[in-house]
Design a protein around this ligand. Structure first.
Ligand SMILES: [Zn+2]
Length: 383
């Protein structure tokens, strides 16, 4: 079996083409990984902090742009990098991070160092709806009156008026269909407090469309829609400062989780490949991710991420041939996981299963017949 289709040559015909991948493509699509050029780390203090498992420092980047780490408690990512951009009478915050009192203190300290208070914020742009990005936005909006903006196609997980019980029930039904054993179901499924938490996240005042400018005087911040990690993920490009704010779409070390979610994108991995293509347009700009550390080499990192996902799809195909699995769960348990399948629990187990489901859906879209049950996701509202 081989991978049909060609995620390296999406129909818009730009992006990855500039990577001179024509001669590399066969290698990338082959069964063996190839060694790709490494990125250049620019956030040295951040990388050192990452390795030492401590919070990185507040830093001033090009011009009036600040990087402010916000603690992400009880999570291996440890922190979200929030960015403050100062315009003409504007103070715009990208990704305020997880909502906690200590997080608010860290943010206030960062703003203070830049000469601002919480009430000076004029706008909050969030790359995607996950709680470690959007979490603190509701509280900051109250404190400052700033508007909150998300991508036009971003889901909100669950809207305030939607039925928590129904959501929880359909989540459990889908996981059962994916083969999650009855004795692991409650561990993997979304519980009511988690779903209720999603309902309390800030709903946006503004929706940002692809290629539009963030409405902030004195700043040139262009929106690039990059679905995959979430249905309406966006990146922000600041050409005057030579910066790309990549959210969780492109991170320097880990490969972002691309889950099949209900409701959500019908084929999120396909969207992710397309979104990597559209953001791989510039290798010289500094990439400012929402986790880990800054780097230069967007095209190089995109190439690595494509290869990582293609390798994973190949691994799924190998498991299908060798083990004849009947469910998504059966496939997932035969894949390699960094700390072993047996170590995966609760939310990380959920992530593993939903990532496997996205590979199955993607491979089917490329012509592979894979007979394991998955409900076709209904599109999220507004998609
Ligand atoms: Zn994140």
């Amino acid at each position: 079996m081989s991978l049909g289709g060609d995620p390296l040559n999406p129909p818009n015909g730009k992006g990855i083409g500039v990577l001179e991948f024509a001669e590399r493509k066969n290698c990338l699509l082959g069964k063996e990984s190839m060694r790709l050029p490494l990125i250049t780390v620019t956030g040295h203090a951040q990388k050192e902090a990452w390795q030492n498992k401590v919070l990185p420092p507040i830093e001033r980047l090009n011009g009036d742009v600040w990087s402010i780490p916000i603690p992400f408690p009880n999570n291996p990512m440890r922190y979200t990098l929030s960015y403050l951009l100062i315009g003409d009478g504007e103070a715009i915050l990208i990704d305020p991070g997880w909502d906690s009192d200590v997080g608010l203190e860290h943010l206030a300290a960062g703003l203070r160092q830049a000469g601002f208070g919480l009430s000076d914020l004029t706008g909050i742009v969030v790359t995607h709806y996950h709680s470690d990005h959007l979490g603190m936005a509701a509280r900051l909006r109250v404190a400052s009156g700033a508007w909150v903006a998300l991508g036009e196609r971003e889901s909100l997980g669950l809207k305030a008026y939607e039925d928590v019980d129904r959501f929880v029930q359909s989540d459990r039904e889908e996981l059962t269909l994916w083969g999650v054993p009855a004795d692991r179901l409650l561990e993997v499924a979304m519980d009511r407090p988690t779903v209720a938490h999603l309902q309390n996240l800030a709903s946006p005042d503004l929706r940002l469309t692809d290629r539009s400018q963030v409405p902030a005087r004195g700043l040139e911040l262009r929106v690039i829609t990059t679905p995959g990690h979430s249905p309406g993920h966006i990146c922000l490009v600041d050409e005057p400062h030579g910066l790309i704010f990549s959210g969780d779409h492109v991170l320097p070390r880990i490969s972002p989780h691309i889950p099949l979610e209900l409701p959500g994108l019908p084929n999120p991995l396909e969207n992710y490949y397309e979104s990597l293509d559209v953001i791989a347009f510039e290798d010289a700009m500094e990439v400012c991710p929402a986790h880990e550390y800054r780097f230069i080499g967007m095209q190089r990192r995109v190439a690595q991420l494509i290869q990582h996902n293609l390798d994973r799809s190949h691994e799924v195909l190998r498991v299908l041939e060798s083990h004849r699995p009947q469910t998504v769960w059966d496939i997932a348990k035969h894949l390699t996981w960094s700390r072993g399948w047996g170590s995966l629990q609760a939310f990380s187990l959920r992530l593993a299963v939903s990532e496997t489901a996205s590979h199955v859906v993607y491979l089917r879209s490329q012509g592979h017949e894979i007979d394991v049950p998955i409900t076709e996701p209904a599109l999220v509202d507004g998609l």
